[in-house]
Design a protein around this ligand. Structure first.
Ligand code: HEM
Ligand SMILES: *[C@@H]1O[C@H](CO)[C@@H](O)[C@H](O)[C@H]1NC(C)=O
Ligand SMILES: *[C@@H]1O[C@H](CO)[C@@H](O)[C@H](O)[C@H]1NC(C)=O
Ligand SMILES: *[C@@H]1O[C@H](CO)[C@@H](O)[C@H](O)[C@H]1NC(C)=O
Ligand SMILES: *[C@@H]1O[C@H](CO)[C@@H](O)[C@H](O)[C@H]1NC(C)=O
Ligand SMILES: CC(=O)N[C@H]1CO[C@H](CO)[C@@H](O)[C@@H]1O
Length: 345
């Protein structure tokens, strides 16, 4: 229902981005990258990262399902309007990123606000919401038994947001590899980055909504996606019953049931996501799409067979830093607010 229109918009955005690169390009990009750095708060708030990690431990002790949610939040923040904390902004008129369709399954806003409140007591008006989201994502991976990496900081917060940006910037779960590559290349992320970052789906769950189509009405003839392993599909159909009339429009998340993205190890950040995709075709069509391109498929096979996670973890750190540099506000741009979820209208 949404892919075609969004694909065309993404292609247009890609052309515009290419044009912009030619005009202002490298000067701006390198100025932005230069301002983000590991340990940005070393002088102004040396305990910032310790406070975030300590608070994250408490938050996840109360609800460990928030780890994947907070990792996902960094991806959504970065892809929509840059990593500028704008995912936290609220609107009385229902017009922000928080109000958009993919956000109906987004969680963790209170956790970010809680970390921000702690930081305001120790270093008032110093640490941006965008950086808190980036640090929380890193800590979420680490506390899910994944790798630690040095996170870059120095982002400032934006106050511009719109629900429609979300639809334009985030690929939908029924994307094929061409769509995925188009959306990611707008953010200067290449095929390897895609294959690496999709490993985020090693933790967390999905509602039934995003997979209903591939289970029950793949081509519109009440059929099942043939690229999905039949045994896995049977298991998913048990968890996610057929949609009732109106479900696809009225209840985008598709009920309360949640299914693991990486069955068997959904709260452990590890390499099993890649074995899962190879064996079953993955939960979303976008996960399975990794198998339909030589570069991404080669990467999936390599990681699935890896005897040690070290190389993947190094790739993951590099790709997360790259994603974390997307359209950031640095220097005099943006602002540092006392709270993150301010109302913009
Ligand atoms: C084509 C790209 C992607 C698509 C289509 C996609 C789609 C989705 C969907 C539909 C969900 C389930 C939401 C729900 O119903 O609850 C989800 C969950 C998740 N996504 Fe992605 N995603 C993509 C890329 C990424 C990337 C690059 C990351 C990390 C950097 C990421 C991290 C996560 C995590 C951790 C969850 C679990 C959230 C939770 O348990 O609350 N995703 N994704
Ligand atoms: C199946 O898909 C077709 C084509 O998109 C649509 O017209 C039909 O209403 C769908 N059926 C159900 C039960 O969702
Ligand atoms: C995986 O997710 C499902 C659904 O949320 C949950 O019931 C199950 O306990 C999780 N498994 C693990 C190993 O945490
Ligand atoms: C890696 O995995 C693929 C798919 O399971 C398999 O065909 C291939 O032989 C494996 N390669 C190595 C080097 O183990
Ligand atoms: C957004 O931030 C700019 C400064 O960065 C400020 O001038 C403007 O008033 C802010 N707008 C809103 C709606 O808060
Ligand atoms: C968590 C959150 O802010 N969810 C919002 C997503 O969008 C719907 C529809 O606009 C809002 O009602 C939710 O509050």
């Amino acid at each position: 229902m949404w892919t075609e229109r969004r694909r065309r918009r993404a292609q247009l955005l890609l052309l515009m981005a290419a044009a912009a690169v030619v005009v202002v390009g490298s000067a701006l990009a390198s100025a932005q990258e230069a301002a983000l750095r590991v340990g940005f708060y070393r002088a102004t708030c040396p305990i910032a990262e310790d406070v975030v990690l300590a608070e994250m431990r408490l938050i996840l002790m109360e609800d460990d399902t928030l780890a994947p949610s907070l990792l996902r939040m960094h991806y959504h923040d970065c892809f929509v309007q840059g990593c500028d904390g704008s995912i936290m902004l609220q609107s009385r008129k229902g017009k922000t990123e928080r109000d958009a369709l993919p956000n109906r399954s987004m969680r963790g806003y209170d956790a970010i606000e809680r970390i921000k409140a702690r930081l305001e007591t120790v270093c008032p008006l110093t640490v941006s919401c965008a950086d808190i989201i980036a640090m929380a994502a890193r800590d979420a991976v680490y506390l899910s038994h994944g790798p630690w990496y040095d996170v870059e900081t120095g982002r400032r917060d934006g106050n511009v947001t719109a629900a429609e940006y979300v639809e334009n910037d985030l690929p939908p779960p029924d994307s094929n590899i061409i769509d995925v590559k188009t959306f990611f290349s707008v953010k200067s992320l290449n095929s390897k980055d895609i294959a690496v970052l999709f490993g985020c789906h090693s933790i967390g769950t999905s509602h039934c909504g995003p997979i209903r189509k591939r289970l029950y009405n793949f081509t519109g003839n009440m059929d099942q996606d043939p690229s999905l392993d039949p045994a896995y599909a049977t298991e998913l159909r048990k968890l996610c019953p057929p949609p009732r009339p109106g479900d696809n429009d009225g209840v985008p998340v598709g009920g309360k049931t949640k299914v693991p993205l990486d069955p068997g190890s959904n709260y452990t950040f590890d390499l099993s996501y890649y074995r899962h995709v190879l064996a079953t075709g993955g939960l979303f069509q976008s996960d399975g799409s990794l198998l339909h391109d030589p570069v991404t498929r080669g990467y999936v096979e390599k990681v699935a067979n890896a005897s040690s996670p070290d190389e993947y973890y190094a790739d993951f750190a590099a790709a997360m830093l790259k994603m974390g540099r997307t359209d950031v506000l640095v220097g005099d741009l943006g602002e540092i607010r006392p709270t993150c979820g301010i109302f913009v209208d």
